[in-house]
Design a protein around this ligand. Structure first.
Ligand SMILES: Cc1cc2nc3c(=O)[nH]c(=O)nc-3n(C[C@H](O)[C@H](O)[C@H](O)COP(=O)(O)O)c2cc1C
Length: 322
């Protein structure tokens, strides 16, 4: 959830007549009052570096009806003018949260399950169907992100460099890239449990999932070189359907580059440190390929085991996340 408080007009009006404009060294004096670096402020004003961000901010603030300041905007959609009591602001935050997280309505105080899908196949996806068994037993709130329907952009140069650049020096591209990372990281860190559906594509993960992972893997935000990840120990279920089999003894044993990679990134104590359980419904091509008919019983047994395991884990995770 993103909360913006528009207060600059009020500050200007407190210091200057409403009709006046900031001239000469007044902006620098005002920057000093606000605790901003004077040289950086002068440079930013001379280069008009933040012009497009300010114009975009003003445009967005007008959508929920901002006409003066202070003006509080939540998620770019809910706006309240003027000074507000703590209770009024809390009501606004609750309304915005329930609107974007419908399943969080209700009496439960559980932290939410972050459910991330990445199969391109929508409802036909086996991974998603197994996830449904988990969800049917999950009693708490859910935040769902479908990376196939709403892909996260690939990490750009602006996104990488924004991480090592002071926000006051961000270009508009870096500021935009950083805002996306912040939103995804906040969503990730706010969860108490995780459900990832990541089918096997070309022995590895779908690029849609990798793009999300690259956005949220930020040192000192989601993992650290010196300590545990803030999400360490939280339960996670990784569901990865695959057309073939990579189980011990199968001809393709050892060629699964998805599960070992994701179990490491998601679960290693130096990385996200989640407590990962993996379920791999396999041989999903068997019902569709006549050459694989003899493998149908193995596929069906794998499906039954996957659904049963998912249901059992939902109950176990719910107890831990409560
Ligand atoms: C682009 C693409 C690549 C695939 N590559 C593999 C593969 O390397 N190995 C495999 O066993 N199955 C492969 N499959 C089959 C899928 O893993 C299988 O259809 C699985 O059920 C997909 O998961 P889903 O049903 O959750 O979408 C591939 C499917 C697609 C669409």
């Amino acid at each position: 959830m993103k909360v913006e408080i528009w207060a600059e007009v009020e500050v200007v009006h407190r210091s200057f007549p409403p009709a006046g404009r900031l001239r000469g060294t007044e902006p620098l004096r005002l920057a000093g009052e606000l605790g901003l670096d004077r040289d950086l402020t002068r440079q930013a004003l001379t280069e008009r570096r933040h012009r497009s961000q300010v114009q975009e901010g003003v445009r967005r603030a007008r959508l929920p009806g901002a006409a003066g300041a202070p003006f509080t905007v939540v998620d770019g959609r809910y706006g309240v003018p003027g000074a507000q009591s703590g209770d009024a602001l809390l009501d606004l935050l609750r309304t915005a949260w329930d609107e974007t997280h419908p399943s969080s309505k209700g009496p439960t105080a559980m932290s939410y399950l972050l459910h991330i899908d990445s199969s391109s196949l929508g409802e036909a996806s086996v991974s998603r169907q197994v996830a449904r068994s988990f969800r049917d037993r999950w009693p708490g709130p859910v935040v769902h992100r479908d990376l196939a329907a709403s892909p996260v952009p690939h990490l750009t140069a602006a996104g990488v460099t924004a991480r090592d650049t002071a926000p006051s020096r961000h270009t508009p591209e870096q500021a935009g890239a950083q805002a996306l990372q912040d939103e995804l990281i906040e969503e990730f860190l706010g969860a108490g449990a995780y459900l990832f559906t990541v089918p096997m594509y070309n022995l590895s993960m779908p690029s849609a999932f990798k793009a999300w992972l690259d956005q949220i893997m930020v040192v000192d935000r989601t993992f650290s070189h010196t300590g545990a990840s803030p999400a360490a120990g939280r339960p996670a279920l990784l569901i990865s359907a695959r057309g073939g089999s990579y189980a011990p003894g199968a001809p393709r044993e050892g060629l699964d580059y998805l599960v070992p990679t994701l179990e490491t990134v998601l679960g290693h104590e130096d990385l996200l440190g989640l407590d990962v359980t993996t379920v791999t419904p396999e041989l999903t091509m068997a019902p569709h390929a006549p050459a694989l008919t003899s493998l149908l019983p193995l596929h069906e047994a794998s499906m039954t085991a996957a659904h049963d395991h998912a249901r059992a884990l939902a109950t176990a995770f719910a107890t831990r996340a409560a």
